[in-house]
Write a protein that binds this ligand. Structure first.
Ligand code: UDH
Ligand code: NGS
Length: 364
């Protein structure tokens, strides 16, 4: 009889031990299960953030047209664990700029009595990229415009041009670059050949689709005179102060004009053999007319512009051959033009406000 309680007590303790062992086992299993859940969750999160970063990198390195990472107008939803902040969003696809820029102000006061310094002009155009390049920040410009200025020893005029034109061109919401084509040496000047050089050199730098050819001494008096291209070649300086704010003759195409790449190539560019003053603009007009193109122009009010008064330049005397040459444009234009252009670049300077390309264009 005395062993019975002892056996019972042993059995009781063994059972308790077994139950305790079971509980321990269960709790260890629960702990491991929970920890494995954590790890799985963390893995899933890590995978997601990796995908996020990869997607972003794909957008960042894409070379074609930029694409939006997040839908337009929707605030960014960077994954909290990804470590990539929305502020670092890559290229944002911009809407196209409107047909008419809302920044235009219309008539402008233009005068040349107060002198201007390059430093001041640079300071007030802080948003330019080196070489006098600009594109609107908030919209995609409708045209890529290279502005070509034939040049030699007209630094004072160039300062006024930069002072007035940069703000105007920015208000016109153009994607533009300014190219000053400087004729090297002291041989006789050749305006049209310098313009051809400008066309060719600008295209080496950027995929321009429109070319504005502007004398350095002409300033528009109204920013609605848009320095862009139209369905027909454009004459922009239609209402100059020196001609009493009217055209000197109907076919006049001098001063400031614009042409798309296609229009320019259709006429084989400009003549290279007009040395000295006069006639090259009439030759260009003849080329356009012979290819069935007409001239587009702004109205007399919008097309008003001022010329900076000056004396005739040295080595740019009137060309005695000009009348004979313009009488034969149709016969010569196919062999004299962009297809026969030869020159040597002597120096290329990228200044804050413009790109200056000094070229040897030879002599007659
Ligand atoms: N150009 C220069 N340097 C020169 C010659 C011409 O930069 O030595 C450029 C400049 O951009 C100029 C353009 O070429 O605006 C056309 O020059 P142009 O001399 O043919 O025409 P512009 O109307 O002068 O400027 C014409 C002679 C004016 C004589 C006035 C006499 N009172
Ligand atoms: C014409 C010239 C053009 C010149 C225009 C205006 O006579 O090259 O005058 O000149 N044509 C010929 O000589 C054949 S301006 O008054 O601006 O100096 O652009």
């Amino acid at each position: 009889m005395s062993t019975e309680p002892a056996n019972f007590s042993l059995l009781h303790r063994t059972c308790k031990l077994v139950v305790l062992l079971c509980l321990l086992h269960i709790s260890i299993t629960v702990v491991f299960y929970v920890r494995s859940l954590d790890i799985r969750l963390a893995f899933v999160q890590n995978q997601q953030s990796h995908v996020n970063v990869t997607e972003r990198n794909q957008f960042t390195f894409r070379t074609g047209p930029a694409e939006a990472v997040t839908p337009k107008g929707e605030p960014g939803k960077g994954h909290p664990q990804s470590g990539v902040q929305e502020a670092e969003d890559p290229v944002k696809k911009l809407d196209k700029c409107p047909e008419t820029s809302p920044l235009l102000v219309g008539p402008l006061r233009v005068e040349f009595t107060t002198s201007v310094s390059l430093e001041e002009i640079t300071k007030s155009n802080a948003n330019l990229r080196p070489g006098g390049r600009f594109k609107p920040k908030d919209c995609e410009a409708l045209q890529k415009v290279a502005i070509i200025i034939p040049f030699r020893k007209r630094d004072e005029h160039l300062k006024y041009w930069l002072y007035y034109l940069h703000p105007i061109l920015q208000r016109q919401q153009l994607d533009y670059g300014v190219y000053v084509i400087n004729q090297d040496g002291d041989e006789i000047f050749n305006r049209a050949k310098l313009l051809n050089v400008g066309y060719k050199e600008a295209l080496k730098e950027y995929d321009y689709n429109c070319f504005v050819f502007s004398d350095v001494d002409l300033i528009p008096m109204d920013d609605r005179n848009i320095y862009k291209c139209f369905s027909q070649p454009r004459h922009l300086s239609v209402s100059m102060d020196k001609f009493g704010f009217r055209l000197p003759y109907n076919q006049y195409f001098g001063g400031v004009s614009s042409m798309s790449k296609e229009q320019y190539l259709k006429i084989n560019g400009f003549p290279n053999n007009y040395w000295g003053w006069g006639g090259e603009d009439d030759d260009i007009y003849n080329r356009l007319a012979s290819k069935g193109m007409s001239i587009s122009r702004p109205n007399g009010e919008v097309g008003k512009c001022r010329m900076i008064r000056h004396e005739r330049d040295k080595q740019n005397e009137a060309n005695p051959q000009r009348f004979n040459r313009i009488a034969h444009t149709r016969e010569t234009m196919h062999k004299d033009g962009i297809n026969s252009l030869s020159y040597k670049v002597v120096k290329l300077d990228k200044f804050d406000l413009f790109t200056k390309i000094t070229v040897d264009v030879g002599k007659p």
